[in-house]
Design a protein around this ligand. Structure first.
Ligand SMILES: NC(=O)C1=CN([C@@H]2O[C@H](COP(=O)(O)OP(=O)(O)OC[C@H]3O[C@@H](n4cnc5c(N)ncnc54)[C@H](O)[C@@H]3O)[C@@H](O)[C@H]2O)C=CC1
Ligand SMILES: O=C(O)C(=O)Cc1ccc(O)cc1
Length: 295
């Protein structure tokens, strides 16, 4: 059966927008027309060549005006800066959604300029990688990953059903929560690890043996710092728009690190052993829990 959605516009044909385009085209082929919109003409050309978009344009107006669904996939502060130009051209009855990594800030910005007849349903795929741009896009990026949607109490149930159907074409699993919980959870499980990885790499800068240390670096350093190669623009925007939850987690993290340093200086082996043993037990339990969620 031909789906009710015929055309989808994706603004920001980078890693996430490009991967959405590839996944939707792989699932629906010519049933769905994808319009790729980006300020970067090379990204658009590659998006068309690799099949992530059928039509391409740098113009928001002509790009979104016939779309049944518009995905906003630019960095968070770019969405906030351009939403008033975009929302105005979205057609009556269409669905507007975003993939931004932070939600409370963005939802307020979008709600402030949203035309009444457009259905806005915020989203966030919990899938990605440390590489950015259309060159890194993959049609399987979202497969079996969580895709968070944040409907408000007044959400139109048909719009919600339609968006969830489209998300399901990517192979993602959908979960719902409110914006505050989203921002607290992602600060802890996604934003903190990125700051931690960047901090570990920065630590090397303070070493007089930097080059020798890098030569000796094994899997542990590589594994824990992979995400330090992520896009600085994107992560600066995330930190600017989820300030309190990130700062709270950073304060707690600093306290944990200070306590460990103190125990090491005191040569308190029992406390240090307990620190590692608790972390191992907790991580093993978390992995079992994660396994249960994915069954
Ligand atoms: N990278 C990741 O692992 C994940 C990112 N996200 C979120 O998804 C969004 C996109 O992230 P990525 O795809 O990784 O970024 P990206 O850097 O790979 O792609 C962003 C694209 O947006 C374009 N762009 C930038 N400003 C624009 C503007 N004003 N108008 C039109 N196009 C513009 C860029 O040219 C680029 O092609 C961000 O909001 C990010 O927080 C969500 C989940 C995972
Ligand atoms: O590369 C990784 O492991 C990630 O953590 C990807 C990621 C980055 C940002 C998000 O908002 C969601 C997922």
């Amino acid at each position: 059966m031909r789906p009710a959605v015929k055309q989808i516009a994706i603004i920001g044909m980078g890693l996430i927008g490009g991967s959405l385009g590839l996944a939707i085209k792989a699932a629906q082929g010519s049933n769905i027309e994808i319009v790729g919109i980006d300020t970067n003409k090379l990204a658009l050309t590659i998006a068309k060549q690799c099949g992530a978009a059928d039509l391409i344009t740098t113009d928001y107006k002509t790009g979104v005006e016939n779309a049944d669904i518009v995905f906003l996939c630019t960095p968070v502060l770019q969405i906030a800066a351009h939403i008033s130009e975009i929302a105005f051209h979205v057609k009556k009855g269409a669905i507007l959604t975003d993939t931004g990594s932070t939600k409370t800030y963005l939802m307020e910005k979008i709600a402030a300029v949203l035309p009444r007849e457009v259905h806005y349903i915020p989203g966030h795929p919990m899938a990605g990688r440390e590489k950015s741009g259309i060159e890194a896009a993959e049609c399987t990026l979202f497969r079996d990953k969580w895709y968070i949607v944040i409907p408000d109490a007044k959400v139109d149930s048909r719009a919600m059903e339609t968006l969830c159907q489209v998300i399901s074409w990517t192979g993602a699993r959908i979960t719902q929560m409110n914006a505050a919980q989203h921002d607290r959870c992602t600060a802890l499980i996604s934003h903190m690890p990125h700051i931690g990885a960047a901090a570990l790499v920065t630590l090397l800068q303070y070493s007089e043996d930097q080059e020798t240390s890098i030569k000796l670096a094994g899997g542990g350093f590589r594994d824990t710092t992979r995400i330090a190669s992520s896009n600085a623009d994107m992560w600066a925007d995330i930190c600017m728009t989820n300030t309190e939850p990130i700062a709270d987690s950073l304060d707690k993290f600093s306290q944990i690190i200070s306590d460990v340093a103190e125990k090491i200086r005191q040569k308190d082996r029992n406390s240090i052993h307990a620190f590692f043993a608790n972390a191992k037990a907790r991580r093993d339990a978390l992995l079992r829990l994660e396994q249960q969620f994915s069954e």
